[in-house]
Design a protein around this ligand. Structure first.
Ligand SMILES: NC(=O)c1ccc[n+]([C@@H]2O[C@H](COP(=O)([O-])OP(=O)(O)OC[C@H]3O[C@@H](n4cnc5c(N)ncnc54)[C@H](OP(=O)(O)O)[C@@H]3O)[C@@H](O)[C@H]2O)c1
Length: 242
């Protein structure tokens, strides 16, 4: 059973819920995101609720050296690394013709570069522990999505990278999983307008805990690896043909 994990994007939404699910397994956790105050308060909650060791490591995943320092600090504190959850991610904009280059780069640097930096830094340790790499993909990374093609493309990238890394390191004992949500009630989308938590009523779409439970399942398999879990709201396919 895994003993230690890093969760990126742990300051809200799916990442915060995942930290709770993994801590409930008794796993010590390094929480990474940019908002240090949020991370500190979540770490304190995890320690008091589950008795695990939880550490806040403020990190911008777009910064290569910061991500390397995150992995190093985690391994030093916990003595190894069993699970990396590549969850940090965001969306900006809508129409390709109106997307400015800064927003384009914000998406690719966060959703792709950040995932690459964390995976590269963590892999030697995951190979040693025969651990788990879990990526948060998306429905938008599996089907063409007209709303935001660049965001969708970053999630196709995540899935392509994840499965190709899995092919590269599978024979070294590392399990690679992708968990694909459709809409989840989180702060997602909040930079450009209303967040999904504000847009959707409770019960209308998926809650973060449901995605976190899927990540927990993937990250706690003893011998097998979970390749991909699609967790879609029940009316998602009907939604695509409206
Ligand atoms: N909600 C959905 O409908 C949905 C659907 C499919 C996939 N997803 C994916 O699920 C993942 C989690 O999103 P969420 O829905 O939980 O949204 P969220 O509540 O907005 O959480 C996003 C997390 O990413 C972190 N983050 C953003 N930029 C970062 C950076 N440069 N460095 C470090 N951390 C960064 C944020 O923390 P800070 O701001 O503190 O840095 C936050 O903790 C994302 O990859 C998203 O693409 C979401």
């Amino acid at each position: 059973m895994p003993r230690t994990a890093i969760v990126t994007g742990a300051s809200s939404g799916i990442g915060e819920a995942t930290a709770h699910e993994l801590a409930d397994e008794g796993i010590d956790i390094a929480l990474a995101a940019r908002r240090a105050d949020r991370l500190e308060s979540i770490a304190a909650d995890l320690e008091s609720e589950y008795g695990v060791d939880a550490v806040a490591v403020p990190t911008d995943v777009r910064e290569e050296t910061a991500v390397e320092a995150l992995v190093e600090a985690t391994v030093e504190r916990f003595g190894g690394l069993d699970v990396l959850v590549n969850n940090a991610g965001l969306a900006r904009g809508h129409l390709v013709t109106e997307l400015d280059t800064d927003d384009y780069r914000t998406m690719t640097e966060t959703n792709e570069d950040g995932v690459f930096f964390a995976t590269r830094a963590a892999l030697p340790h995951l190979t040693e522990s025969e651990g788990h790499l879990v990526f948060v993909g998306s429905f938008a990374g599996q089907y063409p999505r007209p709303f935001n093609p660049v965001y969708a493309a970053t999630k196709w990238w995540v899935r392509g990278f994840a499965h190709s890394v899995g092919a590269q390191v599978g024979d070294e004992g590392v399990a690679v999983s992708v968990v694909n949500p459709s809409e989840v009630r989180t702060e997602f989308g909040g930079d450009d307008g209303d967040s999904f938590a504000e847009t959707f009523e409770p019960g209308e779409v998926t809650e973060p805990i449901e995605i976190a439970e899927a990540i927990r399942f993937a990250a706690t398999r003893e011998r097998s690896g979970v390749s991909e879990i699609d967790l879609y709201r029940r009316d998602k396919f009907a939604d695509t043909i409206k």
